[in-house]
Design a protein. Structure first.
Lengths: 284, 315
């Protein structure tokens, strides 16, 4: 907790002094459905999210020095951002969120889906919810899309983020859930390709140990600190593709849904290939 | 009082805070004869209210239904008292409710309203932010104390199908605040309000009088089904504590069950510690069905509800 009201406002002043007035005005103008206490129904609080904006600012501009293309492709209203997921630590989500805040005019809040065990963790649980993140249930997504929000989904899930370095930039299997949601709520899908996250933590997977401990993966890196705790400062390149619109019955079988999902997956894969081709160096 | 044309409404648990508020509200509206069932004494009861001082479990409860045609039953008598054993809870909540529903079917009571609670969904980490009426009732999974409340709720929902001639309504209000003696109000009345360190889930609360309004709306003919009843909006727990002008007392979540048990045994805590999950996880509901079908909207603010609980006057 940020403490009582006076220390809260002191923190706020310090944070606000880091940004120019025009940017802060844009943040204040972010469309949310706040109640009289400043909270939206999912626990997002604009003032407390300023901390996330500040952390994002440091990492996005100075650490990962992200280069972003195609933010103009992200429309107003309800949107599903579908991205590749990689790099052991979910900094790709943070960079995509920052891109929508710093490099889109007007800025938008990205609500990404967090794992269902996160609410069991002290501090992390409520801090993430104040920053606008949501538990990844279809019901939550449906509700937010109906309220014209933007949701970030990594359809590869844990299989994508924890894949070994040898499989870098190869998309893993996509879940179907996002397509059902898009069809049901008639939401455009914006494919997103993130280049650079793979190199932040080049790891291999110690499968027997993962199996023993009941974890989806047990990543190890060949250099200290061996565990993927601090990402390497690889340069991020993020590409937002043109919105894709699909129509059909959201309750159809997986087999019938698969071509549409494959179409999104292929689009992201080809955006990754183009991005890798254009990249001159991993770190700058 | 003995106007044969008046409809007769039976209220169980009438001597409780909600029962008294409802009885007064219906009494003011007029045209009804109110029979309250409660084994507790009913101080300053309205003169023409009939108080049947019987135990819900006894056969004498049946006489209330037998003697005259009852037009509605409002069952507010579900009990959740950590001081009493699970056996008593079972007898009261499950067997007692079952008997009441049997009487309603037998004597063809056209309207049955049961006040359950949104807590029957259970606070769990994987909950969606807003649960609708079709969500499974998971409260008993981690809190055996809530078992009989879930059972009573399920009994009533199956009664809904068994007795299709009548109209059955289950109301599941969120945490009720006010002069009621329930867990959330008692929690806010504590000198230092306990919270779990590092957890501050969103929560919904409702003023007791808003709940009474919802019950009165549910008595209208044509209304049947299950309704979540929500307050004005959603806030983190810490905001409630702040509004109550109390200081929170943060306990690490791993030590909380043991500590609350110790404090309970010393008689210093109003909880046994089984409800701790409410301080940790989200258990919020979607009240849109009640808004659309009942036309219900909570009129009291969060601040008013909190103040009513801590017996402050509005600031």
């Amino acid at each position: 907790m940020l403490g009582d009201t006076s220390s809260r406002s002191r923190w706020r002043r310090i944070l606000e002094s880091r940004f120019d007035r025009e940017f802060l005005q844009k943040i204040q103008a972010l469309p949310t459905r706040q109640n009289e206490y400043g909270y939206d129904p999912f626990g997002f609080h604009r003032d407390e999210a300023l901390v996330a904006v500040f952390i994002g600012h440091i990492l996005y501009h100075y650490y990962f020095r992200a280069e972003v293309h195609g933010t103009e492709n992200v429309p107003e209203g309800r949107v599903l951002l579908i991205s590749n997921h990689s790099g052991q630590l979910p900094f790709d989500g943070l960079v995509i969120g920052s891109a929508m805040v710093f490099d889109r005019d007007p800025p938008r809040v990205v609500r990404s889906m967090i794992e269902r065990f996160v609410p069991t963790l002290p501090y992390v649980s409520y801090v993430l919810s104040r920053w606008g993140q949501i538990i990844g249930t279809p019901e939550n997504c449906r509700r937010l899309l109906c309220d014209d929000e933007m949701i970030l989904v990594f359809p590869e899930g844990a299989a994508g983020v924890s894949k070994p370095f040898s499989k870098r930039y190869q998309l893993q299997g996509f879940g179907m859930g996002f397509m059902r949601l898009a069809l049901e709520t008639r939401t455009p899908i914006v494919p997103v390709a993130v280049i650079g996250a793979e190199e932040q933590a080049p790891a291999f997977n110690l499968k027997p140990l993962a199996k023993l401990m009941g974890l989806p993966a047990f990543p190890l890196m060949p250099f200290p600190p061996f565990f993927p705790a601090i990402p390497l400062p690889s340069r991020y390149r993020v590409y937002f593709g043109e919105p894709m619109r699909f129509e059909g019955d959201p309750d159809q079988d997986d087999d019938e849904l698969a071509p549409a999902v494959t179409q999104v997956r292929n689009t992201i894969q080809s955006m990754i290939h183009l991005g890798l081709k254009a990249r001159k160096h991993v770190f700058w | 009082m003995n106007d044969p044309g008046a409809s007769r409404i039976v209220i169980t648990g009438v001597a409780g805070r909600l029962g008294r508020l409802l009885a007064k509200k219906l009494h003011r509206q007029g045209g009804v004869e109110i029979v309250g069932i409660d084994r507790r004494p009913f101080e300053d009861k309205p003169a023409d209210l009939i108080h049947a001082r019987v135990d819900l479990r006894s056969k004498r409860t049946r006489d209330v239904f037998r003697s005259r045609r009852v037009s509605a039953l409002v069952h507010l008598g579900l009990m959740h008292d950590p001081r009493l054993s699970r056996r008593v809870h079972h007898e009261w909540n499950v067997v007692g409710t079952q008997h009441l529903l049997e009487y309603c079917q037998h004597y063809k009571v056209p309207k049955v309203v049961v006040l359950s609670s949104a807590a029957v969904y259970g606070p769990r980490p994987e909950n969606s932010q807003f649960l609708n009426e079709d969500a499974p009732l998971m409260a008993a999974q981690d809190d055996p104390g809530a078992m009989t409340l879930v059972e009573a709720d399920m009994l009533t929902s199956s009664f809904f199908w068994k007795y299709s001639e009548g109209e059955t309504v289950i109301l599941r209000p969120v945490h009720i605040l006010g002069q009621v003696a329930n867990a959330p109000s008692n929690w806010l009345r504590m000198e230092r309000v306990p919270m779990l360190m590092g957890f501050d889930p969103m929560i919904q609360v409702i003023h007791e009088e808003d709940v009474v309004d919802a019950i009165a709306l549910a008595l209208a003919p044509g209304i049947r089904g299950i309704y979540n009843v929500v307050g004005p909006s959603e806030v983190p727990l810490s905001v409630l504590v702040r509004e109550a002008r109390k200081k929170p007392f943060h306990i690490p979540h791993f030590a909380a069950p043991l500590l609350s048990k110790v404090f309970w045994n010393l008689g210093r805590a109003p909880f046994r510690g089984t409800e701790l999950a409410h301080l940790r996880y989200v258990c919020m509901v979607d009240g849109s069905r009640a808004r659309e079908d009942l036309g219900f909207k909570a009129l009291r603010t969060i601040k008013e509800a909190v103040c009513a609980a801590v017996e402050h006057t509005a600031h």
